[in-house]
Ligand binder design. Structure first.
Ligand code: ADP
Ligand code: ADP
Ligand code: MG
Length: 667
């Protein structure tokens, strides 16, 4: 024992019992603090960015969370194996599990979170409300008794007055919640809420609350240390939700007056003190715009998904503060020193399909590229090539922007959404764009029902965004260019070509329910394109492996394109994202190719036709000499046969893929 041992727990390595963006986020602060970081990973996450970013990573089992990230024994064993002093649980998974927090303590590992008693106290919505009432924090009027008979719950609902909200006592993530508009609905609603709650949390106790019809979700970040200090770090408004789940979060709230902020902030700190709260947490309130009343909803005893919004306006590193509090260090700032600066907004980018009831989608993120924007912070779980698996929440990234005021921040967010490239799978990117461009969102006029009320408009906006002709043209030109070995070919095309030399080729795509046919021909360095009744003249500007740009009607369009099988994912700042599925058309030409047809590999001039109809040829015999890119090449027979038809003559100019000659090969 040395005399100079610090009073604070030593801490040199942290195991992160989580995955995805939050693991990356925690690792970043570890690096900043000179703390060794240890990731844990399941089968599905073997190649995830966070595993790479940590100093070491420990495999903890199969992809299903119960077999890995939720398995307490495995997580503890990984901490011991890696010599970790502490565990950061992130959010979700074991973050609000008091048994886990106690187990860490027992094993001599620091749990980076609040004391287990606080977690326990807030784990049940009924206990939480009771405790808050005792400490003078306003709660939503309602029933939270042990008697769970239908008749009792119904009588209580009648007493509260409809509409009421049924909630799972053990709930979270919006599960087990049901709005009940009148007594006729309550029987079924109780049954459904109990069923959902039982299956999600293994417990079917319900509470009944007055339903706040025009509610806004306003929450306060709280922070405590082990020395009895507790402060709040201002609010976040998270009223833009879908099925009780947050979609957009911002700070400060566009509707909070300084007086209300002070009043709610005090209530949040009272809540923290009631819990002897000693780490990061969030006190959630529902705010009634009509009565100007606010009510306590719950405390999330962990770091929240939306914590970056608070970090951006306060300039604090919440993960660093969490680590220091867990070590026993006192808070370094006082309430008066917490000053909000500017405006921050966060949006959650998900692999989901808004036009299909927001169903999560799996798949590969072929390209993930964020625009260079001052004040943009991206907390991402992926990189180009990452897979979105079926096992976890389909969040791809959190997009956070900061600016000096809300108007600037909103505009910046729209810009980010227009210029972010995330292709390879369907995402909610265009939906989010419509959201932040909605006049009511821009004006800050919304409540928790905003998305459901405006859903049709938001979804329709996404569809309108996608005039599909131009993205389909982009895909066709992209495919054409790649077939034709890139720009060099284009530059060397003789300028005197005449379009009558060959006819239109076509491609067909399906886009959602619709089909689109692109007819095109290349002439005089330009493409003549027909899509239905529309005609376009397009000239290629540049192409690369995953980008194409072209001029159309005096506008230079830039597209990012990723190909996955027959699917072409296009992105453009005006048209947003489109997914085009190339339809297998087996055109005559290609069918004949199977039967012995020979096509031009690129736009060429026919130098000499070496055979005529009826000629017998042997494999390897020359058929046609072509010239392109100032080089001559000979198309030769791949097998023995008889020339069935010759489609070209000397001196003729042909497009790529043009059928030149057909052989009968007898097989
Ligand atoms: P927040 O208010 O921070 O959004 P939520 O209650 O919505 O908190 O949950 C936080 C995140 O944790 C969500 O992204 C959710 O999908 C995830 N999550 C919650 N519970 C679990 C769990 N048991 N396993 C995995 N992820 C979870
Ligand atoms: P969870 O644990 O699922 O996060 P919360 O109690 O925090 O449950 O509620 C989630 C969301 O449900 C809130 O953000 C709010 O939109 C809505 N909500 C909850 N309680 C009420 C209420 N009494 N009246 C109106 N809306 C409510
Ligand atoms: Mg909540």
């Amino acid at each position: 024992m040395t005399k100079s041992k610090s009073v604070f727990s030593p801490l040199s390595s942290i195991l992160i019992a989580n995955r995805g963006e939050i693991a990356s986020r925690i690792i970043r602060t570890c690096k900043k603090m000179g703390i060794r970081s240890i990731a844990v990973y399941s089968d599905a996450d073997r190649d995830a960015p966070f595993v790479n970013e940590a100093n070491t990573a420990i495999y903890v089992g199969e992809s299903s969370p119960v077999k890995s990230y939720l398995d307490i024994d495995k997580i503890i064993a990984a901490a011991k194996k890696s010599g970790s002093d502490a565990i950061h649980p992130g959010y979700g998974f074991l973050s609000e599990n008091a048994t886990f927090a106690r187990r860490c303590k027992k094993e001599g590992i620091i749990f980076i979170g609040p004391n287990p008693e606080a977690i326990d106290a807030m784990g049940s919505k009924s206990n939480a409300k009771a405790l808050m009432e005792k400490h003078g924090v306003p709660t939503v009027p309602g029933y939270k008794g042990k008697d769970q008979l239908d008749a009792t719950l119904t009588a209580e609902a009648n007493k509260i007055g409809y509409p009421v909200l049924l909630k799972a006592t053990a709930g979270g993530g919006g599960k087990g919640m049901r709005i009940v508009n009148n007594e006729n609905e309550i029987k079924n609603a109780i049954a459904a809420a109990k069923r959902e709650s039982k299956s999600a949390f293994g417990d079917d106790e319900l509470i009944v609350e007055k339903y706040i019809q025009s509610g806004r979700h306003i929450e306060f970040q709280i922070f405590g240390d082990k020395h009895g200090n507790a402060i709040h770090l201002l609010e976040r408004e998270c009223s833009i939700q879908r099925r009780y789940q947050k979609v957009m979060e911002e700070s400060p709230s566009p509707i909070l007056s300084a007086e209300l902020r002070a009043e709610m902030g005090k209530a949040a700190v009272d809540a923290a003190k009631a819990l002897n709260y000693d780490n990061a947490g969030t006190v959630e309130f529902i705010f009634d715009e009509f009565s100007n009343e606010f009510y306590f909803l719950e405390v999330n005893t962990r770091l929240q998904v939306e914590h970056p919004v608070t970090e951006e306006v306060t300039g604090l590193d919440l993960v660093k503060m969490q680590i220091e509090s867990a070590q026993g260090k006192p808070l370094l700032i006082s309430q008066e020193q917490v000053i909000g600066n500017g405006y921050a907004i966060e949006l959650r980018l998900y692999a989901e399909d808004p036009s299909n009831n927001f169903l999560p989608v799996t798949g590969n993120i072929l390209k993930f590229e964020t625009p260079q924007v001052d004040g943009l912070r991206v907390e991402s779980a992926v990189e180009s090539g990452s897979e979105i698996s079926v096992y976890y929440d389909p969040m791809i990234a959190k997009l956070i922007v900061w600016d000096i005021n809300r108007e600037n921040a909103m505009r910046k967010m729209a810009y980010v959404l227009r210029n972010l490239v995330c292709t390879g799978t369907t995402t909610n990117q265009d939906f989010l764009l419509k959201l932040v461009e909605h006049p009511d969102v821009i004006a800050g006029k919304y409540d928790t029902h905003f998305i459901s009320k405006e859903l049709d408009k938001l979804i329709k906006g996404v569809i309108d965004l996608k005039g599909i002709n131009i993205p389909a043209i982009a895909s066709t030109l992209f495919r054409w260019s790649h077939r034709n070995q890139n720009q060099q070919v284009l530059k060397s095309i003789p300028s005197g070509w005449r379009n009558s030399f060959y006819s239109y080729q076509f491609e067909e795509y399906s886009v959602g329910e619709e089909k689109i046919k692109i007819e095109y021909k290349f002439a005089r360095n330009k493409f003549d394109i027909k899509v239905g009744e529309e005609t376009y003249v397009v000239s290629l500007q540049d192409i690369s492996e995953d980008k194409i740009s072209f001029q159309l009607d005096g506008v230079l369009y830039k597209f990012s394109i990723s190909k996955n099988g027959n699917n072409y994912f296009t992105h453009n700042e005006i048209f947003g994202n489109s997914k085009l599925t190339l339809l297998d058309r087996l055109p005559e030409k290609e069918q004949e190719k199977i039967k012995g047809g020979y096509i031009s590999p690129m736009p060429s001039q026919i130098v000499k036709v070496l055979v005529k109809t009826g000629d017998k040829v042997n494999a390897g015999d020359g058929l046609v000499i072509l010239s392109s890119m100032k080089m001559e090449s000979t198309i030769t027979a791949e097998e023995d046969g008889v020339v069935k038809e010759v489609y070209v003559k000397d001196g003729q100019n042909v497009e790529a893929d043009y059928l030149l000659i057909e052989l009968n090969t007898d097989e």
